[in-house]
Design a protein around this ligand. Sequence first.
Ligand SMILES: C[S@@+](CC[C@H](N)C(=O)[O-])C[C@H]1O[C@@H](n2cnc3c(N)ncnc32)[C@H](O)[C@@H]1O
Length: 245
Amino acid sequence: MQSLQEIYDNHNGRLLNKWNHYIAIYDQYFSKYRNKEFVFLEIGIAHGGSLQMWREYFGPQATIIGVDVNPECKKFEEGNTKIYIGSQEDENFLNQLKSLLPKVDVLLDDGGHTMKQQITTFNILFDQVKENGLYACEDLHTSYWFEYGGGYKKKTSFIEFSKTFIDYIHGWHATKKEKPKMFNKITESVAGIHFYDSILILEKKKMQPPIVSFKGKEQLDYHFEQYGQKKKFTKRLKQWLKLQQ
Ligand SMILES: C[S@@+](CC[C@H](N)C(=O)[O-])C[C@H]1O[C@@H](n2cnc3c(N)ncnc32)[C@H](O)[C@@H]1O
């Protein structure tokens, strides 16, 4: 079986364009779906080359769904490859798409890459990804490019938007006061957030409140020193548990 890198390097079909370093990252996360029945959705079809690459990589059992604003892309529909035409920044279109689509295992946003497009798509289609599925967005560097609505530390960029996910997965540990800001569906449904140069991958999983446990026997009559005070571990634990209530 060829690796994604080999498939990409040997590709001689319809035009395909990915930054070279994306290939190994995709292989790392997507290889578990090869030759299985599953649903892959890519926003952004262009010349249809990536649809060909994914088909070769995933095999005939995969349902591959492409979405693009360009109506000409409809011609790439064949067999188990379905095409939907519409704009990823149009909430009505995305909601309609949602009602037509099955839940997807993997969603890859390689569409127009503006901040509005990436954020709107995430807000509406994140729920369309199955538990244990992956939500991926590529070309995050547009978050630093003015023409796409980005800019370094610009509050409305997709990068700044997605950085808040880091706070959300820690929502379990928020103080009472911060909980409403930190605890949300991302806390309960995302196991991991992986940032690479220009790629974000979210691993969905039904999360449970984290449990802390202890193994073995205490060896000291105190556990650690904090602010010059020797603290009993058990005492510290009780304080921590109280904070959680
Ligand atoms: C980077 S290309 C996709 C490349 C393709 N995935 C590949 O790897 O070869 C971006 C595509 O996004 C589409 N696009 C741009 N704006 C869009 C929008 N608002 N909604 C959906 N697709 C859009 C463009 O028509 C174009 O085909």
